[in-house]
Structure formats: structure tokens, C-alpha cells
Design a binder for this molecule. Structure first.
Ligand code: CAA
Length: 287
């Protein structure tokens, strides 16, 4: 990719973040390949994208009056990474495990064109370390979307130690094309958003564990008391309790301070398989 927009945009991982990223990119006119090894996950993702696009179209919220089916026609689902051979900008949105992401980047660099950018949607893992796992660290960057991607206005950009100016400028241009405002974070654990958000979510679990309030009271207190759209426990269920715990562990391990210690109640919910909205049960029940 030169300094312009990607001719072919790749997304790896068709969970809620990957599907949302692919949807926004296709909505904004990019040709998109969405890869997930699980065909059933790809089916779920494309069905969700279609439903989301129809809803947004009905509300007149698709940029430039884009047509849902025209957007879907720009998307190619695939189960093999080889489908990304011609991609010049690839963002990974696989689960929040450093070794998984590093291994994926190593595979991608052997498959893709040498100039292709490898971006990570990680919410907390070091971009510098992920870059160092590849032979093209100058082409690695953090491109952190917020959930739900089609509705949220921000992308957090993270520059690793080795990220080149060219990669960073191409990433800024891409974010602007996707209609998102950016904030730029140094490559520190949790970056800006999760460094501040997750300790609040974690504290909500301590507040619940200590019986300070019911889930309803904690959420109502924070939602109306601080004028945010969701209380912290509802938000945690929405993000996924496993993701919240993974981010707290990154903060705790890398920043050291005990104030980042994951709440035992949050750990227990995850141990129970109560992961939030996506599993049908978290702090609240969604059946
Ligand atoms: N596509 C299309 N429509 C969607 C959608 C999607 N992906 N997701 C939700 N909607 C729709 C709902 O179906 C609902 O539609 P109806 O009204 O027709 O039923 C509508 O959006 C929700 O409308 P609301 O009136 O409840 O709320 P809203 O439109 O004002 O805002 C929201 C919805 C943007 C999700 C809002 O509740 C919000 O901002 N919540 C907080 C989200 C947040 O903080 N996200 C960041 C999480 S942190 C993160 O992502 C970083 C990380 O690394 C963990």
C-alpha cells in the first residue's frame, strides 16, 4: 500500500469486533476479506452485519446513504488466511492472547506482500512486542476500535517503538476514511481507554462483591450519576467478562500496582463461564 487507502482490506477474526470492523470498512467503500477458521462463526458474523446494516439504513445512519446489499457485496468471507495474499492492510481481531496474536502476525508476514500493514485491534497488549515478533516491525501498528464498532466514534491509535511514519500516516488516513475520530496513545498497558475504563469496571465488581449495592443500584448510580449510557456492570457484560479480566491481568502484570488486581468475583464469573451477553449470562441474565 502506498500512502493512499488500502485496495484490499483484511480482517482476521469474525467475533463482534472483527465483524464490526469489516462492516464499517465495507460501508466506507473498501473491498474487505474477513477471515475466520470457523465457517459457522463467519455465518453468524455476516448475518449480524446484514441485520446491523438494515437497522442503520432504516434509521438513515449509513454514510452517503449506502445500500446494505451493496455493502455486503464488498465483503468476502474466507476460512483460510491465504485469502489475504493480496491484502495491503490487515487488522487482527482475534482473542486477547499475546501468543495467539504474535503467531498470527508471523503467519501473515509469510503470506502477504512485504509492504502490507499488520494492525492489531488489541485492547491492551504491547504493540512493540507484537511488532518484534515479526520481520517487519515498522509495518505494525495498533488500531483499537470501540464496541459496537458501527456506532462508536473513536479509534485509539497506538504507535509501537518501531512503527514507521509511513505506517502511522496510512493508519491515520484509514481511520479518517472510516469516519472515526482518533486519539493517539503511547504503547503502554491498556493504552488510554482501557487504562482508565477497566479499573472502573473492576471496582464495580469489588463494589458488588462487598455488597455495597445491588447490580441494579451500582449501574443506576453510575449511569445517572455520571451521565454515561451504560452502568459499569452492564458495560462489562456487553464487552465480555473474559475480555475485561484479560485486560485487568495485562494491567496488573505489566504495571505491577495492586490497585489493578482483578476482582475475585470477576474471576469467578469467568470461571463459571458467565461471560456476559455473548454467553447468555453474566452479571445479568439474557435468556
Ligand atoms: N449495529 C446497528 N445497530 C446497533 C448495533 C450495531 N452494531 N448495536 C446496537 N444497535 C442498536 C440497538 O439494536 C438499538 O436499536 P433500537 O433502538 O432500534 O432497538 C440501538 O442501537 C440502541 O439504542 P439505544 O437508544 O439503547 O442507545 P444508543 O443508540 O444511544 O447507543 C450504544 C447505543 C452506542 C451501544 C450506547 O449504549 C453506548 O455508547 N454504550 C456504551 C458503549 C461503550 O462504552 N463502548 C466501549 C466499550 S470499551 C471498548 O470497546 C474498548 C475495549 O477494548 C473493551
Amino acid at each position: 500500500m502506498a500512502r493512499g487507502l488500502p485496495r484490499l482490506f483484511g480482517v482476521v477474526g469474525a467475533g463482534q469486533m472483527g465483524a464490526g470492523i469489516a462492516q464499517v470498512a465495507a460501508t466506507c467503500g473498501l473491498q474487505v476479506v474477513l477471515v475466520d477458521a470457523a465457517a459457522a462463526q463467519l455465518d453468524r458474523a455476516t448475518a449480524g452485519m446484514r441485520a446491523s446494516l438494515r437497522k442503520l439504513a432504516a434509521k438513515g445512519r449509513l454514510p452517503g446513504g449506502a445500500e446494505p446489499e451493496a455493502v455486503m457485496a464488498r465483503l468476502t468471507p474466507a476460512t483460510q488466511l491465504e485469502a489475504l495474499e493480496a491484502a495491503d492492510y490487515i487488522v487482527e481481531a482475534v482473542p486477547e492472547r499475546e501468543e495467539l496474536k504474535a503467531e498470527l502476525f508471523r503467519k501473515l508476514e509469510s503470506l502477504t506482500q512485504p509492504h502490507a500493514v499488520l494492525a492489531s485491534n488489541t485492547s491492551s497488549i504491547s504493540i512493540t512486542r507484537l511488532a518484534a515478533a515479526t520481520a517487519r516491525p515498522d509495518r505494525v501498528v495498533g488500531l483499537h476500535f470501540m464496541n459496537p464498532v458501527p456506532l462508536m466514534g473513536l479509534i485509539e491509535l497506538v504507535r509501537g517503538m518501531q512503527t514507521s511514519d509511513e505506517t502511522f500516516e496510512a493508519t491515520q488516513a484509514l481511520a479518517a476514511h472510516l469516519g472515526k475520530v482518533t486519539c493517539v496513545s503511547q504503547d503502554r498497558p491498556g493504552f488510554i481507554v482501557n487504562r482508565i475504563l477497566m479499573p472502573m469496571v473492576n471496582e464495580a465488581f469489588y463494589t458488588l462483591m462487598e455488597g455495597v449495592g445491588t447490580p441494579h443500584d451500582i449501574d443506576t448510580g453510575m449511569r445517572l450519576g455520571t451521565n454515561v449510557p451504560m452502568g459499569p456492570l452492564t458495560l462489562a457484560d456487553f464487552i465480555g467478562l473474559d475480555t475485561c479480566l484479560a485486560i485487568m491481568r495485562v494491567l496488573h502484570q505489566n504495571l505491577g500496582d495492586d490497585k489493578y488486581r482483578p476482582c475475585p468475583l470477576l474471576i469467578q464469573y469467568v470461571d463459571a463461564g458467565w461471560l456476559g451477553k455473548k454467553s447468555g449470562r453474566g452479571v445479568y441474565s439474557y435468556s
